[in-house]
Design a protein around this ligand. Structure first.
Ligand code: HEM
Length: 130
């Protein structure tokens, strides 16, 4: 099936609750039905309806789940003459866990072991058994 192409001017009119479309990286999404389910709320989508929301979408650092989800709402693309450069997405994910090494073990247990040893030395010095 051929992709439906829209001019940015055509999308501008779809800026209200009953018909809301946004453009993300030159792809057009109809978010009218999705708005109520959007985890980020209705308002951000309504504010961006009829507009290019690429920057906002990227700034939020939407997850891969969001990327998958948005595919359901694709209705077409922006015409070639109206295409803009794509906005790079920053994903907010937890940094990878550090591998567990001997150094990690020493960093955690080193100080208490050294302190315990010192305490034992001081104790035996202050209270000799014989
Ligand atoms: C079809 C398009 C969109 C889909 C499918 C979508 C989906 C989602 C999902 C699944 C989340 C939960 C967090 C995550 O998994 O990333 C989310 C959060 C959010 N979204 Fe969207 N979103 C879309 C468009 C937008 C746009 C255009 C904006 C901004 C203009 C936006 C702003 C936000 C904000 C502010 C949050 C909350 C982030 C937080 O609480 O940390 N979203 N969205």
């Amino acid at each position: 099936m051929a992709t439906v192409k829209f001019t940015r001017k055509e999308i501008e009119a779809r800026n209200h609750r009953e018909e809301a479309a946004i453009i993300i990286d030159n792809v057009v999404y109809d978010v009218t039905e999705f708005m109520e389910d959007h985890p980020g709320g209705v308002d951000v989508l309504l504010d961006n309806a009829g507009k290019d929301a690429s920057q906002c979408f990227a700034d939020v650092g939407h997850s891969d789940i969001a990327l998958e989800w948005r595919e359901k709402f694709v209705i077409g693309e922006v015409v070639d003459e109206d295409r803009w450069p794509e906005v790079k997405r920053v994903v907010h994910e937890a940094p990878p866990a550090e591998p567990f090494t001997l150094m990690t073990l020493l960093n955690i247990w080193g100080p208490p072991i050294v302190l315990g040893g010192l305490a034992a030395l001081v104790y035996t010095y202050l209270f000799p058994t014989s």
